[in-house]
Design a protein around this ligand. Sequence first.
Ligand code: GLC
Length: 796
Amino acid sequence: MNPYGYFSKDDHEFVITRPDTPAPWVNYLTNGRYTALLSHTGGGYSFFVSPRDSRITRWRYNSLPVDRPGRYLYLRERKSGHFWSPTWQPTCVQLDAYSCRHGLNYSRILSGHEGVEAELLYFVGEDDLELCKFRFRNKLEQPRQFDLFASVELCLGHALVDLINQPNDQHFNEVLFDAGAQVLFATKRYWVTFSGATVKQANQAWDHWAFMASSLPVIGFDGSRSEFIGRWRSEENPLAVEEGRCRNSAITSGDAVGVLQCPLELPPGQWVEGVILLGVVPKEQGREAALALVQKYRDLSEVDRQFARLGEHWEEYLSHCQARTPVTEVDRMVNVWNPYQVQTTFQFSRSASYYHGGLLFGRGYRDSCQDQYGPLKARSEQVKERILEMSRYGLRDGSVYHLYYPLTGGGERTGHSDTPLWFPLSVTSYLKETGDWGLLKIETPYADEGKGTIYEHLMGNIRYVLAHLSSRHLPLFGPGDWNDTLDYLGRQGRGESVMSAGILCYVLRETARMLERLGRTKDAEALEERRRQIADSVNEHCWDGRWYIRGTRDDGGVIGSSRCDEGQIFLNAQSWMVIGDVASPERALAAMDAARQLLDTPKGPKILHPAYTRIDPGIGLATRCVPGKKENGAVFNHAVAWAILAESLLGRSEIAFDYYTKALPFNPVVEPDRYEVEPYVYAEYVTSPDHPTFGQASHSWLTGSAVWMLRDVTEHILGIQPDYEGLRIQPCVPAGWKEYRVQRKFRGAQYDIRVAIPEGRGGTVKRVVVDGAALSGPVLPLAKPGSTVQVEVEVG
Ligand code: GLC
C-alpha cells in the first residue's frame, strides 16, 4: 500500500491523498503544442512547442521550497482577511480535505478549508491555452465574500536566457491589461533563439502574446512580480493577497507575473463555478485573436465539451490494445499508464520534465527513434511524421545528428557508435505495424546536401556503421554508445563496443527481413553475411568465459570482464547478445544466468557490477558517478527492459516476469518514501543496494524504459507481435496463468484474442483458430479493415 495514494478502480486515475508526497508528483497537460507540466500541488511550468525557446511560465530549478512557482490560486475571505490555496502550495495552509486525481492529460485537485469546498480541473484546450475550471461551495449557513487571486510567474521566451541573464532579459518584458476586455497580456520585445552565449542574436521579438483571463469579473490585476509579492516575501504570502488588493501594475521592465483578482460571492450550499485561462497567440494574429479565444472559453459549456472530447480521445487511443490477464497490475500498465507514458515520452523526448529542465539538449536522435514505438499502434501518422523529420538530420554519408532542435533547427553531431542504428529500427517497426511501404519511397533532404528516399537514408545509416568497424569487425566505441557515460574509452578510434555489436546484429537481421519483403534477396543475404561475421567476431574475441565483455578501450584494455577490478559484468552486453542472436543457445543461457546471479537485486538487475568506486579517466563519466546510481550500477530500467526481452526470447518466462514485476513503478521495494517519485510511471533508474539510498528512484516520466517495457509486456510476455504478414502470436507468460485476452487493433481490423493455457505452463503455440478455422502457423493473417476477428489460441 502506498501511503500517498492509490489507483482509481478503473485505473484511469492515480489519486494522491495527501499533498506532502516525497517529491512533486507530476502530470502532463498538452494538446501537442501548448504544454503544461502540473504537479499535484499546482506547481510546474508551461511552454509552447519548445520548453527552451518558447517558455511561457517560470519554474525554479533547485528551488526551496521545492516545486515553485506554479499556477496558483489564493482564496481570501474579505471579512477575516484569512487566505489559503486550494492546491495547498504555495501558502501551505493546512487543508481539511485534499486529493489530486492525475488522469490522462488532465488533473483534478479537490480540497476543503474553512467551510469552503474547492474542485479544480486542469487541462489544455484544443486551442493553445490551459484551463483551470474551478467550483467552490460554501458549506456554512451564511453568505460569504471572497477574492480569488489567480497568479502565474511569466518567463516569456527563452528559458535558459531567463535563468542566467535575468538582469538584462527583464528589460524587454511587457505586461498590460486590457480593461475593456478584462484580459491581461504579456510578451517580450526581444527573443534569443541562437543557442550558446553569443552576441549574434536575431533582431526580433518573442513571436507570441501570452494572455490571461477569467470568466469572473476582474477587479484588479498585476504584471509586476515585485508589486504583487512585495519586498522580502514569497509566493507564500504575497502582499497584494494579504491586503486583498492588487496593485494594477502594468510593466515595461522587471520580473513579470500574471495576476487577476476576481470577487467571489459564495451563497450557502451552492456551487459557484468559473474558469481561469492562460494561453498564447502568435503576434502576427494580433491581440484580437486572444480576445476571441477568451470569449469562446468563458462559456463553460465549451470548456465541458472540450474536456469530454479529451476523454473520448484517450478512450479511442487506449482501445488499440487492451488486455485482461490474471494480474491486475499488468492490465493497469498495458491498458492505461504505460501507453500514456510512452505517448508523453514520444512528445517530449528528454526535454521537458522535472528532471530534464527543457533547457539543454533538444531532442536526442537515438531516444526519439526508440520513442517512436510509443504511439505506433494508435497514432502511426505521428510516427511517420517523426520519421520524416528525423531523416532530415541524417547526412549523405549515412551519419546522423546525435541531437537536434525541432523548433529552431540545428543540433550536434558527436559520432556515438549506436546512434545511426536506431533509425532503421523505427522504420521497420513502422512498416510491420502499418504495412505502409510507401514510406520507403518518400524523399527528404539530407542535412548536408542532396536528398534521398527513406530507404536510402536507412541503408545509408547501415552502410555508415558497417564502414566504421574495427579490424575485428566490431563497432568502434567512439565518444560513447547507448551508454553515454562510457565516454572516454574510445575517443581515439580504437575501443570497440560489444553492446553496439549486438544492436548492429539485431538491426542487420531486421533490415534483411525487410529487404526480403522488397524482393531484394541478394542484399538481404549480404547483410545476413555481415551479421554472421560480426557475431563470429564477438564470439571469438569477446566471450569472457561466463559472459560477454562490454567492450575494449583505446589503450587495449577491456571493460566488463572478470579480469577487471570493477565493472566486471554489464547487463546490456548479455541481453543484446541474445536479442541480436549473437550468442549460441549455451552462451545465451550462461550469460543471462551470470547476469541474474551477479546483477539481480530486489528491484531487478543492475546495469553493471561491481560499481566503480575509483575514477577511471580512461572510461569516463560512469566511473565518476557515485556507486549505485545512474549508469554506475543503478537498476537502470532501460537496460532491465532489454533483459526482460532477452529472457522472453529464451523462453524463460519466470525470470522475464520476475524482472517485469520488480520494475513496476508502484513496486517501490524499499518503501514509497525512499522511492520518492511517481508510482504511476517508470523512472529512468532506481538506486541499487550499492548506495545507502537503495530504492530511491529518479528521472521519472521521460524515459526509454517505458517504451521497451511496453514492448516487452505486449509483444513478448503476452506475445502479440506485429509483423509484415500479420500478428504473430508468441506468448511467454509465467506459470499459473490459464487464460488471458487481448483486444488489438491492427491494420484497421479488430482482433479479439483469447489465449488458453490449460496446463498453466508451457510456451509453445499448439493451436490457433481464427473465426472458427484452424491456422497452420502462429501468424494471424490480415483481416478486412473494419472487421472483427475472433482468435482462439492454445498454448501448451
Ligand atoms: C539516458 C539517455 C539515453 C542514454 C541512456 C544511457 O536515458 O537519454 O540516450 O542512452 O541515458 O546512458
